[in-house]
Design a protein around this ligand. Sequence first.
Ligand code: AP5
Ligand code: MG
Ligand code: ZN
Length: 217
Amino acid sequence: MRLVLVGPPGAGKGTQAEFIAAHFAVPKISTGDIFRANVAAGTPLGVEARRFMDSGQLVPDEVTINMVRDRLAEPDAADGFLLDGFPRTVPQAIAHDKLLADLGVGLDVVLELIVDDDEVIRRLSGRWTCRGCGKIWHIEFDPPTHDGVCDRCGSQLYQRDDDKAETVAERLKVYVRDTAPLIIFYGAQGKLVGIDATGPVEDVTVRAIDALRSYGG
Ligand code: AP5
Ligand code: MG
Ligand code: ZN
């Protein structure tokens, strides 16, 4: 299956991506995670990306598209993938369609996670992420047993730099301006499926897998 997850910051893309990718046995490719790994490693790509990420802006399309092109060329993505956080602009979506067409394949489905702005703010203000395994926690909705420590791998948890209230507000603005047009873009292609992404994480996963079932695996 070739699948894209779309939704505002904090919709639960990263949380659900892990379960959905495992269910359909495809690699999860998150552009946000790849950028953050490059920032942490201090690579030239990370230095470039950080200038935009810290203020809640998007990394330029050209940089992002080149990065995804390289990632999709890796062998594990040959038979399918789940993209989390890409495409994020209409030019990225057009470039992605072209990239797949050049490989003689196409996107199967785009899953939209629907949540409102208040819920986004509640979710992002309580998010803690594991430095070791990447597992995403929430101080209230999905708390670890011990504050600041990952139950799964024992590593330290951290709060993302871009989860500050003012940066979240900017990311929401950018979402409406640059990313929400993808809903119309993929709707016109007949590829869009939307689900209610509120309620317990497990319930959202069930809704997502149900909605995707007819697209095979
Ligand atoms: P990115 O990392 O993609 O951030 P985002 O889109 O803002 O999304 P988030 O990761 O903040 O939220 P999420 O939807 O994954 O939610 P999560 O599962 O963590 O991008 C970061 C930056 O990188 C961008 O701003 C940009 O600069 C750059 N970038 C990335 N891709 C780019 C691209 N294609 N083009 C250009 N620039 C790009 O959940 C959030 C919290 O809610 C967690 O604490 C979780 O535990 C909790 N939660 C999840 N589900 C539930 C639930 N059902 N109930 C209660 N709590 C829940
Ligand atoms: Mg995420
Ligand atoms: Zn961990």
